[in-house]
Design a protein around this ligand. Structure first.
Ligand SMILES: [Zn+2]
Length: 213
């Protein structure tokens, strides 16, 4: 079997992720606010990161997931504490069927941070549309009441984990569901943060740390 490999970021030949793209995927931690939720983000979404994440999620390039997971692990280690548990934002059933795996859980598993998400911590209680292409208000409406948190999280300190932060609508719905069962949301960790072109309703960057600090 011959499977031609090219860089998941730039399509350079014969390499899973080329050295230049690996540099672009080094963590550059930022604090972003999504309403009341303080989010630690590992990477700025765009260019190489968008390509690699798209290749992993939509083109089955799970070989490139490890590079992203390494950067994610840095953010997870900074944000998590011994007294908190992590919950991942669930993928839709349609997405899991299409991809054959759950990207967020896989990122956590391969992050090297040694953290295990609470099983069934957050579940989708109804179908939601793909958020891509939806505006701020549409995203909010699409997700409103879509998540339910496990009652086992009552009184626990929780860190919400997701892959891409855009408007923050997903994190706000996750927070609502967690607060509803009496969990204490300490914040969130996302792999990448994408700025909306129109600048409306975006989460706000509050602090940036240079890579390696
Ligand atoms: Zn490349």
């Amino acid at each position: 079997m011959v499977s031609p490999v090219c860089c998941a970021g730039c399509e350079a030949a014969d390499v899973g992720v080329c050295p230049e793209c690996r540099v672009a995927l080094r963590p550059s931690l930022q604090r972003v606010r999504a309403g009341p939720v303080s989010v630690l983000v590992a990477l700025d979404y765009g260019g190489v990161i968008a390509h690699v994440l798209g290749a992993v999620k939509e083109r089955g390039r799970t070989d490139a997931l490890g590079v992203l997971a390494g950067s994610f692990g840095v953010a997870l280690e900074v944000a998590s504490s011994a007294s908190s548990v992590i919950v991942t934002v669930p993928s839709t059933r349609a997405a899991v069927r299409r991809r054959g795996f759950r990207p967020v859980e896989e990122l956590v598993r391969r992050s090297g941070a040694g953290l295990a998400p609470v099983r069934g911590g957050l579940v989708l209680v109804r179908d939601v549309a793909d958020q891509a292409g939806l505006g701020v208000e549409e995203r909010r409406a699409n997700l409103s009441g879509a998540l339910r948190a496990s009652a086992r999280l009552a009184g626990r300190r929780v860190l919400i984990v997701d892959d891409v932060l855009t408007t923050g609508a997903t994190l706000l719905e996750a927070r609502r569901a967690l607060v509803a069962v009496g969990a204490r949301v300490e914040g969130a960790v996302c792999l990448a943060y994408t700025r909306r072109r129109d600048g409306r309703g975006e989460a706000q960057v509050t602090q940036r740390r240079p890579a390696g600090s």
